[in-house]
Design a protein around this ligand. Sequence first.
Ligand code: GLV
Length: 329
Amino acid sequence: MSLQQCKVYVTRVIPQPGLDILNQQLEHVKVNTQDHILSRDELLANVKGLDGLLPLLTERIDAELLDTAGSQLKIVANHAVGFDNIDIPAATERGVMVTNTPGVLTDATSDHAWALLFSTARRVVESDKFTRDLKYKGWGPMMYLGGDITGRTLGIVGAGRIGASVALKSSGFRMKVLYCDEFENQELEKEIGAQKVDFDRLLQESDFISVHVPLLEGTHHLFDDNAFKMMKKSAYFINTSRGPVVDEAALVRALQSGEIAGAGIDVYEEEPKIHPELLTLDNAVLTPHTASATIETRTKMATMAAGNLIAGLKGERPQNLLNPEVLDQ
Ligand code: GLV
């Protein structure tokens, strides 16, 4: 079949330059133009007979979906760097290529981790509300005291692309950086004197802990009651990775009991649900999984995903192929 004739489905409106790439080369591009996440039934109904699918992290791509799409499906081009929403072995078994969007969202995501770090430590959201509510009646020496940032210890859990980027941005604040990861990150050690330590030491010594691990069996509930208990009572916890890396109920307990000082959270255990008590806590700053949400970054993610999709449909090797084994089949 010619490239033009390939059928493609995009599960949500993405920035126009990404859609332009698809529309310039394909005649049958269907986009879910409703501004909501598709239900499972809607998704399954729309994947039948596709050659290529461009989903978001909100869509579960599993064996059932791949079989519903049919054996002509060539590629699933995820519009995200994380790919825990996709059953890669199931795709590989069926000869379907899977791609993601690494690199282009590293800075936006690490910037957001810093935004959460500042907002929690300096109580920006709480004090903004206080000011807007016209409660500010004059300067007070005990008003909205937060925690120092400059010169403190930053603990990075997962020193891959995004974790390393958060760490490197700390140098203006003269922070000591600890990290834990399976691998040594020599760039971090050389550039900012970061020290690789074990998880327990990182928990015990860090003033700020920022999480950047992928969601895997081994990282599920990495942060549980025990982990929060090991942290300093003055510590702040930042998560821009994946929600299920944290036991959200344990996080709520830690914030309520003063086990930790505060948390900046962008991702949730059962998105879009959020633990109801987390919503009531002033020492938590919450954002709706928007760490990569800048116009520039989302545009790059869209064009990258579209480029991967087109390459896969042409029978070429997409730039960000996660399961190269399919090409050897
Ligand atoms: C966002 O969470 C992503 O994985 O791109």
